[in-house]
Design a protein around this ligand. Structure first.
Ligand code: PFF
Length: 449
């Protein structure tokens, strides 16, 4: 008998825990900064509604109906097709690649946690604080220590299984993270850059929007909702029939988006009040937020709390990726949980080492467009693997999978949600795949708009 979540609340929290992570607090602000602000935010919101939410529902139905790992799901639902089984493999590969570099960034949060405990930011100059980030990423030994520590934490959680490990901690720490973010956003609104920061984030200047930006927004809508990587399929495979897919999905998408927007509101005013460039890339939150902690009363305590919760948010997301790989080994290769978790953690850890050394020992290795290893992997995963994976899942659910299965799952065996089913089915058949496909063709130059 397959293990299940102990309650509906437990499942929602685990799925929110997977969705809310570094994507919301680290990545969303910096890609918004790099893509010109408000117009990007608008496209991102449209992408969540038209692609992210429908595909989230599709993943939930696939996982819950099949009750299998990501590779097994597609085999179970369409046993005759070999082509569609490859989606499972693509998802698995994306989970592996993303976890390898996600662990590195999560390691940075641990380092900042230690810095906060040691009260390293108090009364430091902005340049000194910004410099700490550079010092961290160019130090190979610290990078490896941070990655090792973080992957060890993931191992501990996943090895204890979904209920005891993931569910228990999420219940306390996710609400706490939300509370502290709101507090920081409120503080940011009192700084001198408040007006400029808000304008940057909310005013849509379409002249700054590029096709790259649109593809990035779509890719990010998948990244932030943990889609096209098997995480939501795997989590839903532990969901029982008592839950309704639609209400759960809408809550997750809403909470995830809310956290990202609040993170933006907490960060951009500070970026402007200390005179930083919003487009300064992956170091953005690490260079800006500690500046707040340096000046406010009780800064060290707040900073410790913030990085603790951020590390936890990263952990609950990383754990869902590791669970994808572990569930695959358990279901398909018949490993026991302990052996499966250890093997996959070690494999991902080894694969993460080049990313950890991206800005130090291996800084001369530039893969794409002159980008370092970590940035290149993130670029390929977010701009290629995720949009293609999402596109395939939309086509699969909308056109290949038996409509009766979809209808029974979304309407909860005909007990409600019929109108929702009709809207969703239309979106997943036509809107989501066409949107992703057109943007993708334009991006690779095969289509000129
Ligand atoms: N959704 C997570 C975030 O926004 O940080 C990242 C993530 C977790 C991506 C799990 C993919 C995944 F399967």
């Amino acid at each position: 008998m397959r293990n299940h979540w102990s309650s509906r609340f437990g499942f929602i929290l685990a799925a929110v825990g997977s969705a809310v992570g570094l994507g919301n607090i680290w990545k969303f602000p910096f890609i918004t900064g790099m893509n010109g602000g408000g117009a990007f935010v608008l496209v991102y919101l449209i992408a969540i509604l038209s692609c992210g939410l429908p595909i989230l529902m599709a993943e939930f139905l696939i996982g819950r109906h099949s009750q299998k790992d990501v590779v097994g799901s597609f085999r179970e639902l369409t046993p005759k097709s070999t082509f569609w089984k490859t989606i499972g493999w693509l998802n698995l590969a994306a989970a592996f690649i993303i976890l390898s570099y996600y662990g590195v960034v999560a390691g940075w949060t641990l380092d900042y946690l230690v810095k906060s405990i040691a009260d390293s930011f108090s009364s430091q100059d902005p340049e000194v604080i910004a410099g700490m980030f550079g010092a961290l990423v160019t130090d190979p030994v610290r990078q490896i220590i941070c990655l090792t520590a973080f992957m060890a934490l993931c191992l501990l959680v996943v090895i204890s299984g979904i209920k005891e490990g993931i569910e228990r901690w999420n219940k306390v720490l996710m609400p706490a993270l939300f509370a502290i973010l709101v507090l920081m956003a409120a503080y940011a609104m009192t700084t001198s850059g408040a007006a400029e920061g808000l304008k940057f984030m909310l005013y849509p200047d379409f002249s700054k929007l590029t096709i790259n930006g649109i593809l990035e927004a779509i890719g990010h809508s998948f990244f932030t909702l943990s889609l096209a990587m098997g995480a939501m399929i795997t989590y839903a495979s532990y969901m029982d029939k008592k839950e309704a897919i639609y209400p759960v999905s809408i809550r997750i998408a809403f909470l995830d988006t809310l956290v990202a927007i609040i993170a933006g509101i907490a960060i951009f005013p500070i970026v402007f009040s200390v005179g930083m460039e919003p487009s300064s890339g992956p170091g953005l939150i690490f260079k800006t937020l500690p500046q707040v902690f340096a000046t406010v009363p009780l800064g060290a305590v707040l900073s410790t709390l913030f990085f603790l919760l951020l590390a936890f948010a990263a952990l609950s997301s990383a754990v869902s990726l590791l669970e994808v790989l572990t569930a695959y080994m358990i279901d398909e290769k018949k490993y026991d949980r302990k052996k499966a978790t250890i093997c996959m953690t070690v494999a991902v850890y080894v694969a993460g080492i080049p990313s950890a050394l991206s800005y130090s020992t291996l800084s001369n290795v530039k893969l794409l467009k002159g980008m370092e290893i970590l940035d290149s992997l993130d670029y390929v995963a977010s701009n290629f693997m995720l949009p293609i994976g999402g596109l395939l899942i939309a086509i699969y659910t909308g056109h290949i999978l038996d409509k009766k299965i979809c209808k029974a799952e979304i309407t909860e065996d005909g007990t409600g949600f019929l109108a929702i089913f009709n809207i969703w089915y239309f979106t997943i058949r036509y809107i989501a795949p066409i949107a992703v496909f057109v943007v993708f063709l334009t991006k690779i130059g095969l289509l000129k708009l």
